[in-house]
Design a protein around this ligand. Structure first.
Ligand SMILES: [Zn+2]
Length: 240
């Protein structure tokens, strides 16, 4: 049983380039400021989301944008490159996520809520739950050695906050500008959301974190909910 009550390494996994920045960049920036090792992983290549740029070229652009955003807080960056819109649960994919966890060695995992809007988000949510259990099993071999234990798993807010009942908040007022800087790395996505959904990316994100802040009495906040199954919970706060 772990007795050390501090988080030293956090892994945030998002389905698409930009998801992490939308829902938890302020929290990750806070961890980074506290000296916690932060790893950011992007599951799919983001190649589907554009009206003009073709898939291969788009994947390269979005890879670079996501990596630049991770660099803002000095996070380790993992690009898994699964097909955008086609993340499925199978043995190979699950083992890919097991290997990711073994490389990043987190003691806390952040990922999408199982009830979020996008098929890739929902699949990834379940995949991280499954893979984070398997990653601790020595007899299931991948390239890297097994990562002992079962980590707490927190779901971050849904896109726009719909269908998500938070139980914990992180005050990100101090890291708001870093979050904006990370979001601004995603120039291709800013254009896509404008063309496809008539959404102003930065304004949309700010609206949600202002609302979450209002709910917990600060200017800006990000919202979370822990996965409450044995043996995931901890008797101390794991969020910054
Ligand atoms: Zn997404």
């Amino acid at each position: 049983m772990a007795t050390d009550q501090t988080i030293k390494s956090v892994l945030a996994v998002g389905a698409h380039p930009d998801d992490i920045e939308i829902v938890c960049a302020g929290t990750l920036a806070k961890y980074a400021n506290q000296g916690v090792k932060v790893s950011i992983a992007v599951a799919t290549d983001g190649s589907a989301g554009h009206m003009i740029i073709p898939p291969k070229e788009l994947a390269e652009i979005r890879h670079q944008e996501a990596e630049n955003a991770a660099k803002v807080i000095g996070a380790d960056f993992y690009w898994l490159g699964y097909g955008d819109e086609f993340l499925f649960e199978d043995i190979n994919t699950r083992m890919g996520f097991v290997e990711l966890i073994r490389k990043a060695k987190p003691d806390l995992i952040l990922t999408h809520s199982p009830e979020d809007y996008h098929p890739d988000h929902r699949v990834l949510s379940r995949m991280m739950f499954d893979a984070s259990f398997v990653s601790g099993l020595k007899n299931v071999e991948t390239e890297s050695p097994y990562h002992p234990g079962v980590q707490p798993l927190y779901y971050f807010d849904t896109i726009s906050g719909l269908n998500f009942q938070p139980t914990e908040f992180v005050d990100i007022t101090d890291t708001f500008e870093i979050k904006q800087q990370m979001l601004s790395c995603h120039q291709s996505q800013i254009k896509w959301l404008k063309d496809h959904d008539d959404v102003d990316f930065l304004f949309m994100t700010e609206t949600v974190i202002r609302t979450r802040g209002y709910q917990c009495g600060v200017k800006f906040a990000e919202a979370f909910r822990p996965e409450m199954v044995w043996p995931r919970p901890r008797p101390y706060r794991v969020l910054p």
